[in-house]
Write a protein that binds this ligand. Structure first.
Ligand code: EPZ
Length: 457
């Protein structure tokens, strides 16, 4: 079947108007899941969201068109496409292949109403400034999991000679040409590392970034930039060196598989005590996740270099988790593992050290019968024999995924609201789960005609 080619541009912009004031009577779709269905078969993992998004901003560096393969079909990808087209970039999506033509950048400020919906769009600041000498990016603001400041991005660009000031909530940056600099990041921020690495590819001279983020998505971005003709060394370690060049050409590049989606399905197999295969994956991207699963008692075996199989066990043991920058345990997997630990024997402690407010899934898991106490950014979990289905609401992307996984294991029916979060980061999750044998459906509940307010006789 020929995929519908989705053109970004005005039509899409009009479609992606800011969220309308929620119509209280408007009924939003929900997921209904009947738990305790064993899963079987193989699930296909999509391209990595956190790689695709930053590679899209990286295409701003190129003076020739680029083509990205294995782009996941996600709301965030569409939002990023809207933002780039607002800058004058031409995009064309055909299935999972995205053509990006940034030869003619006509705008240097992305619209606030789009940036506020997608924090990752702030990553465009560095490449836009490096390519055009001017960039104006609304401050993205916080989100459910934290304040999400960006001072490390700004400070690093200033060290590269950018003249930056913040006015009316917009970061305004100018630089005739950025200069190579020696940068030390106070914290190994993924976004700051990516912003500065991209900016440095077109700077005059050599840039080193010390205490750089080592996430696989940073390495994927470096490989993409190298495909454009950039000179980058050390990506994936805590010290990255970039020798600036004057111009970058186009590239045809395939995005890595999504390690967090892969981890999500590993946990789904474990918690439903099912044997399922997950592919394609890059096993070394999942080392902390696989190690923790094995500590809990879940068997994970490699059926092929890019295929993992999860084998259930009759009993899971509690474990302690502390989220850390890569290669530590990934914060994006914290909510998913908390769900697994709620039905593991004994006590577990989870410490969320990366984001200040990423325990929003706990109240919802409590509604499903979990035994969890929060003290600061620590969650103390006492394993229970069984979760029970309930109406719950997702508060952020990974919290919503954790509720889906909890529902798969729970006794009875669970109804999950807040799907706008889930759709940002999971490409067709209910179709993939249906294919594995889960009892799941997305419905739009009837609007109750009697809205429960007694009318005067
Ligand atoms: C990226 O966010 C990911 N998003 C996040 O994934 C992921 O959780 C995070 O990295 C950590 O791995 C994308 O790649 C689009 P950070 P990012 O800068 O770059 C603080 C998901 O669910 N910080 O490494 O924003 C910050 O407040 C999402 O897919 C500063 O203080 O993360 C946070 O506490 C969620 N100042 C910590 O660093 C700064 O200038 C880690 O943030 C920048 C960050």
């Amino acid at each position: 079947m020929v995929n519908k080619v989705q053109e970004y541009g005005n039509t899409v912009l009009t479609q992606s108007l800011p969220n309308q004031i929620p119509n209280l009577l408007e009924s939003k779709p929900v997921l209904q899941i009947w738990g305790k269905q064993p899963l079987q078969g193989q699930v296909r993992i999509s391209g990595a969201k956190n790689s695709a998004l930053v590679l899209m901003t990286g295409a701003l560096l190129a003076s020739e068109p680029c083509r990205l393969h294995n782009v996941p079909a996600l709301a965030d990808i569409k939002s990023m496409g809207d933002i780039l087209s607002a800058l004058g970039v031409k995009l064309s999506l055909d299935g999972n292949t995205l053509d990006i033509d940034a030869r003619h950048i006509s705008e240097t400020q992305a619209p606030y109403e789009l940036v506020s919906q997608l924090r990752a769009s702030f990553f465009a600041l560095g490449p836009l400034l490096a390519r055009t000498g001017v960039a104006q990016m609304p401050l993205p603001g916080g989100c459910a999991i934290g304040a999400r400041p960006v001072e490390l991005h700004v400070r690093g660009l200033q060290q590269m000679g950018a003249d930056i000031y913040i006015e009316h909530g917009v970061v305004r940056a100018h630089a005739r040409r950025l200069k190579g600099a020696k940068i030390y990041l106070d914290y190994p921020s993924v976004g700051a590392t990516e912003t500065l690495m991209m900016a440095a590819t077109l700077a005059d001279g050599t840039t080193t970034i010390k205490n750089a983020a080592q996430e696989p998505e940073v390495e994927d971005l470096a490989n993409f930039c190298r495909a454009l003709g950039a000179n980058i060394f050390g990506a994936g370690t805590n010290t990255i060196t970039i020798e600036g060049v004057s111009k970058l050409h186009g590239a045809d590049y395939r995005i890595i598989p999504d390690r967090i989606e892969a981890g999500t399905f590993l946990v789904a197999g474990a918690i439903t005590r099912s044997e399922i295969q997950i592919a394609p994956v890059v096993p070394e991207h999942l080392i902390p996740v696989i190690a923790k699963l094995r500590e809990i008692g879940v068997q994970v075996v490699a059926d092929a270099p890019d295929c993992l199989r999860v084998l259930p066990a009759p009993m899971y043991r509690g474990a302690d988790i502390e989220t850390r920058p890569h290669p530590g345990f990934p914060t994006d997997m914290q909510a998913l593992f908390m769900t697994l630990l709620t039905i593991s024997e004994g006590n577990s402690v989870i410490s969320e050290t990366v984001f200040e407010n990423r325990l929003g899934h706990v109240p919802e898991l409590l509604r499903m019968g979990a035994d969890i106490r929060i003290k600061g950014n620590h969650a103390f979990i006492q394993g229970v024999p069984q979760l029970s289905g309930a109406p719950v609401t997702g508060t952020d992307l990974r919290a919503s995924a954790a509720l889906v996984v909890a529902a798969l294991a729970a006794e009875g029916k669970t109804t999950i609201q807040g799907l706008q979060h889930l759709d940002r980061g999971y490409d067709g999750i209910e179709h993939k789960l249906l294919k594995l044998g889960a009892q799941i459906e997305r419905i739009v509940p009837e609007i109750p005609t009697d809205i429960g307010i007694p009318l005067p006789l």
